[in-house]
Design a protein around this ligand. Sequence first.
Ligand code: ADP
Ligand code: MG
Length: 471
Amino acid sequence: MQTEENMRTDLWTLAVALYKTSLSSHEEVEKWDRHAMAFDSHELEGNTFTIGVADSYSAEYYSSLYAEPLRFALVKAGANEDITVQFKVTESAEKAAQKKQSLEQQRKVLGDTQAILKKFDSTVPLNANYTFENFVKGPSNSFAYAIASAIAKEPGGSTNNPFFIWGGAGLGKTHLMQAIGHYVMSHNPEKSVCYITSETFLNEYINAISNKAMEAFRKRYRNIDLLLLDDVQFVGGKVQFQEEFFNTYDGLMTYGKQVVMTCDVPPKKLNGFEDRLVTRFQQGIVIEIESPSYETRIAILKSKARNCKHKIPDDIFNFIGENIRSSVRAMEGALNLVIRFMDANPGMEITKQIAQVLLKELAEEEVTIRRLSVEEIIKAVCAFYDTSYADILSSNRTQPLATARQVAMFLSRKLTGKSLPTVADEFKRNHTTVLYGSQTIQKRLSVEPELKKSIEQITEQLGRKPSELFD
Ligand code: ADP
Ligand code: MG
């Protein structure tokens, strides 16, 4: 017979499984797993589902993140419609946290900091798939790949340190960064490797302050040989934390430790960062990971499908490669949908037509996800008309430069989703000038097929569909 305790666990386990299924990325799942480690107990009393945590900061933080989605998942898993979820400081959670802390204190008293550090190292949550072997090289990432593997072989020192990788979402920054971690951990096991997102880093810092554990926090982060700090943009504006981070960072550098960071923008475009940090970030090597080319996209898809039990037709790879370009993560999503379809419908051939229906929403999302920047557009126009960025921004009105400039204005209006004043700003012009330029091209298009063809070509070069220009 099942005990009541048993049944409760079942509801929770199922709800968690449903919640995790609803998450859209590995990272979100990993983040959940990491957070869930801090949940001490859970229990259902009446219609209130209570999850125990160690302190009020955690209760508030986790509640804002998870109370609602967990409620939703619990209902889906069979709980009463009007169930509520709360995170609460419980005695047992407090005790568990204290025990953990006093254990660390004991070790410290024994002068055994190394043990704490080792314990910490062994819990580095690296994704097992994010290795160099599983990373497909292509022109969009080969430079970053080369630096990453050089660092993996010889971390630290003054070359390539820090290594600052930047680029759009889902292009492989975390993967490449963790590949360095995997390599060092297996080839240099005595080195301590720390992978952490800047969000978690910040939270640990806040926890350390509220638990008066700054000493331990500092020690921990200053004894690392390889610090992999993911998504640094997140700590923009967090002034007090940046102060602490600056010291940690300088400490690591002084001792020749390796720092690798990822970010969604290059250092000079970071918002809310102290100048001295930005300067530090630029002292090593800064490299962009770009969107993969068509060939690389197909190679990545085939590599991801390597272990799949179905034989996916080339047509389908090509279809995904042509239609899903915004990120590798989005491509993986499309591939998984195809695999799920094949799992659910054994024996049914997946045709291009079926793929079209299956991936319709993803393909439509693409168009809105992939927001181009004005800068990208100007660069593409420059390449096409064989002119320079400075010329486009200049006041020189000779032809064909004037046309090139107006084409760039037209495309910026159509493809960036940015407001007229913002676009005008980037052209260093008045917004009426940009409006006029863009309207001029619009008019010329209908009577100049040559011009139309050129614009379509540039649009395709930018990874977008010419049809977007004409609706
Ligand atoms: P980012 O950190 O830039 O947002 P991730 O590193 O999380 O992106 O990558 C998203 C997904 O795409 C991951 O599953 C990763 O394995 C995959 N991926 C990205 N680039 C490549 C590549 N060049 N080869 C193989 N997989 C890749
Ligand atoms: Mg990432």
